[in-house]
Ligand binder design. Structure first.
Ligand code: GLA
Length: 400
């Protein structure tokens, strides 16, 4: 009996120990991250400025909560092996940075890597996972992005589980973002380990392209988007597919392409992680990033990733079921010419085969709301005629 109790106790404590912090990302995380624009060119002054603008621009109110300091911030280890911060970038220290971010009502995201060095060649966590998690917790981190450079020889599930356990043991709840680029199919094993996992290599700033750097490649917005195919059944509240950060406002996409990028990330319930220079953000870009009706599609509490219903030439038609019986519907024109459409609702047989939901246009008349015009534009009892410009979207909410 005594032995049985000991075994029960052991199993209970192991189970208790090995968990991720639940309930931290019931909807996809929303953040601003240093990497897409600044790579290694940032310091505490710049991050304070970004925090200020996130608040003053209304981005915080629209839902952007985390400021993530990506690669290039770690210093050496101290004599006891604890991680330090690069003093040349953060002369006031990470505690002061964290206090500043928290004083604005925002949360702090930090970055490390499962290998010996980060992708930028800085100190990372291999062999120091528990010690680093303690430091992240002391610094008040609320989010950890954990990269995969210089980690080829280790087991991904094991490495990410170790860091998950280290975070849990630190007793500070942190969103845990796996960034192993989909190499080991994290969607198949990471639901109990992290809150989001990258599904691909890095995004780059173009509509549709591949940049080849020899040992790795970067992909444009639509190229990355296509790589999300077949993954929707793995996403849900607390565990999201991450098709990488937004390139919205980074200067190379047209207004329509920026809108389409933001819309499609929302249609597939992607984390919305802005990476633009907020000091140079135009009104148009701010309006895209803070369109609350589009954000509401991304953040819908049902947490179901949308699906492609149909493709007519270069026009894709995407559906996303929403809480309470509404649906999001997005026409994405990937072609070089405007696309005209006559959409007869009664003829549409739309079925979400994975989540077993159907809009049933033969039985329900929906109000059609255009989420970029922010206007109701009709009902689903009449054929819908419209023209969608090249590289742009028409994004609708069908209200029950
Ligand atoms: C990898 C990641 C990126 C970014 C860089 C930093 O490439 O995938 O998102 O974190 O490292 O060096």
């Amino acid at each position: 009996m005594r032995n049985l109790l000991i075994i029960f106790g052991l199993v209970f404590s192991i189970n208790n120990y090995c968990q991720k912090n639940e309930s931290l990302a019931l909807t996809p995380p929303m953040a601003w991250n240093t990497f897409n624009t600044f790579a290694g060119n940032f310091n505490e002054k710049l991050i304070r400025e970004m925090a200020d603008i996130i608040v003053s621009s209304g981005m915080k109110d629209a839902g952007y909560t985390y400021i993530i300091i990506d690669d290039n911030w770690t210093g050496n280890r101290d004599s006891l092996g604890f991680l330090t911060v690069d003093k040349s970038r953060f002369p006031s220290g990470m505690e002061a940075m964290s206090e500043y971010i928290h004083s604005k009502g925002l949360k702090l995201g930090l970055y490390s890597d499962a290998g010996y060095k980060t992708c930028g060649g800085y100190t990372s966590s291999r062999g120091h996972e528990f010690q680093d998690a303690i430091m992240f917790a002391r610094w008040g981190a609320d989010y950890l992005k954990y990269d995969w450079c210089n980690a080829d020889d280790i087991n991904a599930k094991g490495a990410y589980t170790t860091m998950r356990d280290a975070i849990y043991a630190s007793k500070r709840p942190m969103i845990f973002s796996l960034c192993e680029w989909g190499n080991n199919k994290p969607w198949e094993w990471a639901t109990t380990i992290g809150h989001l996992w990258r599904t691909t290599g890095d995004i780059c700033n173009c509509w549709s392209c591949t940049e080849d750097y020899g040992t790795y490649k970067k992909y444009g917005v639509m190229t990355i988007f296509d790589m999300q195919d077949g993954l929707r059944q793995y996403a849900g509240p607390g565990h999201w597919n991450d098709p990488d950060m937004l390139e919205v406002g980074n200067g190379k996409l047209t207004a329509g392409e920026n809108r389409a990028h933001f819309s499609m990330w929302s249609m597939i319930a992607a984390p919305l992680i802005a990476g633009n220079d907020l000091r140079k953000m135009t009104k148009e870009i701010l309006e895209i990033l803070t369109n609350r009706e589009v954000i509401a599609i991304d953040q819908d509490s049902l947490g179901i990733q949308g699906f492609k219903q149909e493709k007519i030439d270069s026009l894709e038609i995407w559906y996303k079921p929403l809480k309470g019986g509404d649906w999001a519907l997005c026409f994405l024109n990937r072609g070089f010419k405007a696309a005209a459409i006559e959409y007869d609702w009664k003829k549409q047989v739309v079925v979400d085969k994975v989540f077993k939901l159907e809009p049933r246009f033969d039985q329900i008349r929906y109000v059609i709301r255009d989420l970029w015009l922010k206007k109701n534009i009709g009902l689903t009892d009449k054929t819908f005629k419209t023209i969608i410009p090249s590289h742009d979207v028409l994004m609708l909410r069908l209200i029950k």
